[in-house]
Design a protein around this ligand. Structure first.
Ligand code: KIV
Length: 282
């Protein structure tokens, strides 16, 4: 039996009942597998830049690429809630522009919600988007789009002012109507304090066990992205190794004339072939 599509209300009601699962996907086949595995939320993350497009930074991906990949994901997602990750400069310019771009994720790519990373005018952008009826997931802690402003790709909230700042950001995001918040790379005890103080769910990545749910970049989980490996990822399988072996096997079999074999080829009747062959004679 096909599972019903997860709603924003379902996600809200899971807090305190069971852990929420979230994974990234960027294309149809992976989204189909994630969806069929019963994962609650698929994030079309701007990590697309690093893990799929081979770019150095997530700030290098734009609206066109994000919409293109989001469309493929929503075609596959029958069960999971799909969130489009708003790329750098799609919501930082001004709140109206933020709302217009958020709408594109919903109307053009069929996403169910958008995610935006914390920045100094984040609340204004979030309010405008939520005011137009689009559900928003917040993202605090290590926010890669503005890593240069928070001291680089480092654990956040390790001292009193930074930890209190994160707690305040989380409370403000909840107040302005976000339905959930990603906590990235913060000490587990600070993630616990935030999770306890909010009515909305928190989804951790490098934020310990006390969050209401967990998110990972699927390519990290599958061992498909090897360029860098943060401490917080867990690789469940090494697909790179399996794929590499399969490609080598293919290369060997083609060069050794073992593939394609008889069972991969199409036949023709002897009689028909004879006629063709004769007609070709000079
Ligand atoms: O882009 C992404 O994959 C993300 C997750 C790490 C939360 O934002």
């Amino acid at each position: 039996m096909e599972e019903a599509k997860i709603t924003i209300q379902d996600i809200a009601s899971l807090k305190g009942k069971r852990k929420i699962t979230m994974l990234t996907a960027y294309d149809y086949p992976l989204a189909d597998l994630v969806d069929k595995a019963g994962i609650d939320i698929i994030l079309v993350g701007d990590s697309l830049a690093n893990v799929v497009l081979g770019l150095e930074l997530t700030t290098m991906v734009g609206m066109q690429e994000m919409l293109h990949h989001s469309k493929a994901v929503t075609r596959a997602a029958k069960h999971s809630l799909v969130i489009g990750d708003m790329p750098y400069e799609s919501y930082q310019i001004n709140p109206k522009e933020a709302m217009k771009n958020a709408k594109r994720f919903i109307e053009e790519a069929d996403c169910d919600a958008v995610k935006l990373e914390w920045f100094d005018k984040c609340l204004e952008a979030a309010k405008e988007i939520i005011g137009s009826g689009i559900p928003v997931m917040g993202h605090i802690g290590l926010t890669p789009q503005t890593a240069d402003k928070i001291g680089g790709f480092k654990v956040q909230g390790k001292d009193i002012s930074s930890a209190l700042g994160l707690i305040e950001q989380a409370i403000e995001l909840e107040k302005c109507g976000c339905f959930a918040i990603v906590l990235e790379c913060i000490p587990d005890k600070i993630a616990c304090l935030i999770t306890e103080r909010l009515k909305i769910p928190t989804l951790g990545i490098g934020a310990g066990i006390h969050c209401d749910g967990q998110v990972l970049v699927t390519y990290d989980l599958l061992g498909l992205f090897q360029r860098f490996k943060p401490k917080f990822i867990k690789q469940y399988v090494n697909l790179s190794e399996l794929i590499e072996k399969a490609i080598h096997d293919y290369k060997r079999e083609v060069t050794e004339k073992k593939f394609p074999a008889k069972e991969h080829s199409f036949g023709i009747s002897e009689e028909e072939f004879k006629k063709i062959f004769i007609s070709l004679k000079p």
